[in-house]
Design a protein around this ligand. Structure first.
Ligand SMILES: NC(=O)c1ccc[n+]([C@@H]2O[C@H](COP(=O)([O-])OP(=O)(O)OC[C@H]3O[C@@H](n4cnc5c(N)ncnc54)[C@H](O)[C@@H]3O)[C@@H](O)[C@H]2O)c1
Length: 421
């Protein structure tokens, strides 16, 4: 394929390094390997155009290559300005996949890249955070008529799409991949837990043991980060707005308090709520000298960065991914990764083994849309239960783990009401 003018990446000469990292990641993705082999034989996406807006990483490359093996024409763009692995992007171009993504791109380039991916006139969309779908529904409406369906990878994207559906604006069916058990229980919890602590460690080289770590939001990601930071010896403080989640954090053994109290004692702050301005001006005003602030939620609005900028009398980059803000009272606050998802900004995102399940969901849901397109309505669908269960079965199989199955007597018992005490 002639890819001239169809890609915009940092440096094509990084392709060999990218190919080696993709090969390394794919070793930890046995479920995707099986799916790719079947797609190559069955060609479920023959001549279908797919525009995918995802973090451009070595794991995403394995998804793109599986879809391509299945006959699709895939165009890729970044779902975050700071999450692209430039070597993976270069390798993807060499593998014949038009890719538009450069780590550190500004907002104008970010949307230019989304529009480039949409220029392929997609029949399927894959999104992570719903920026591509939003662009399609607002600025590129002319392309909507050809779209059969799409998938959404993350919590924030699903929230946006459900709001769009509720407002009557959604124009094609979308499957909420995030809501599969084989996605959020593993990717959001163990993936974000490990990669967020990894990202903060790589950016700062701090010792976690003995630190007071404040986690804003105790959802699936927050639980995972708390678990891993506790394992590294940190004392965990959780802030929440949902009473049940706050109660769960208490019974998991963590301190729970309003953020305005936590700021007086916390050493490291991590937002992971999907909400806006969770850490705001009043919080910066009360933080200790030397406090570090990071975000692992989808968008960089969780920390009110403009408020921090206006409070600071100076700012300097003291290390890659660490900006030091000096306030008027001489306190220093450290913003990590420009407030963008720290696990992708300063580390490599989720380990391949969890992305194996997330992207198996993506692959099988896209195939499901193609096969069932005539029956699907214009709404946000959950992942079909049979897909979710099959991915768990395949993952266990790949790990060499067998489980028990119900006897006929147990099946009968579990579906009856007559038998009691
Ligand atoms: N970094 C990554 O790689 C990665 C991976 C998966 C998801 N995400 C993103 O992380 C965010 C969280 O995802 P999740 O699956 O854990 O969501 P979730 O809905 O399970 O949890 C979010 C929690 O934040 C709480 N919350 C909301 N506003 C708050 C506030 N002002 N203060 C304190 N708590 C507040 C909610 O009550 C909820 O319990 C989303 O933006 C999601 O898209 C990031």
């Amino acid at each position: 394929m002639n890819l001239q003018n169809q890609y915009d990446i940092k440096d094509l000469s990084l392709a060999e390094a990218g190919k080696r990292r993709i090969e390394w990641a794919s070793k930890e993705m046995p479920v995707m390997r099986l799916i790719r082999e079947r797609f190559a034989a069955e060609k479920p996406f023959k001549n279908i155009r797919i525009s995918a807006c995802l973090h451009i990483t070595s794991e995403t490359a394995t998804l793109a290559l599986a879809l391509k093996a299945g006959g699709a024409n895939v165009a890729l763009c970044a779902s975050n300005p700071l999450s692209t692995q430039d070597d993976a992007a270069a390798a993807l171009v060499e593998y014949g996949i038009p890719t538009n993504a450069i780590k550190g791109e500004d907002e104008t380039t970010y949307y230019k890249h989304i529009n480039s991916a949409l220029d392929s006139n997609p029949q399927l969309t894959v999104d992570d955070g719903a920026d591509l779908v939003t662009t399609l529904h607002t600025k590129r409406k002319d392309l909507l008529k050809n779209v059969l369906g799409g998938t959404e990878e993350t919590t924030t994207g699903v929230i946006r799409l459900r709001s769009l559906e509720k407002a009557g604006g959604l124009k094609y069916p979308i499957i909420a991949v995030n809501d599969a058990q084989t996605k959020y229980l593993f990717d959001n919890r163990y993936g974000t837990g490990q990669s967020t602590t990894d990202g903060i460690t790589r950016a700062t080289n701090i010792l976690w043991a003995g630190k007071k770590v404040v986690i804003c939001g105790y959802g699936w990601c927050g639980r995972g980060i708390a678990l891993r930071a506790k394992g590294l010896g940190a004392q965990i403080i959780v802030t929440e707005v949902a009473p049940t989640r706050a109660l769960e954090a208490v019974m998991d053994g963590y301190q729970v308090m309003p953020l305005i109290e936590a700021v007086k004692i916390g050493d490291i702050f991590i937002t992971v709520s999907g909400d806006k301005h969770v850490i705001d001006e009043a919080h910066f005003q009360a933080m200790k000298d030397g406090a570090m602030i990071a975000n692992s939620g989808h968008f960089n609005v969780e920390i009110n960065i403009p408020a921090l900028e206006s409070l600071a009398k100076s700012k300097r980059r003291i290390r890659p991914f660490v900006d030091e803000y000096t306030l008027n009272d001489e306190r220093h606050l450290y913003l990590l990764g420009e407030g963008r998802l720290i696990n992708l900004a300063s580390a490599e995102g989720h380990p391949a083994s969890v992305m194996d399940m997330s992207f198996a969901n993506q692959s099988l849901c896209l195939e499901y849309i193609v096969k069932n397109r005539s029956q699907l309505e214009t709404k946000v669908y959950p992942v079909p239960e049979e897909i979710d269960k099959e991915i768990a079965r395949l993952k266990l199989q790949s790990m060499g783990i067998n489980i028990d199955s119900l006897t006929p007597e147990q099946k009968e018992y579990l579906t009856s009401w007559e038998e009691g005490t």
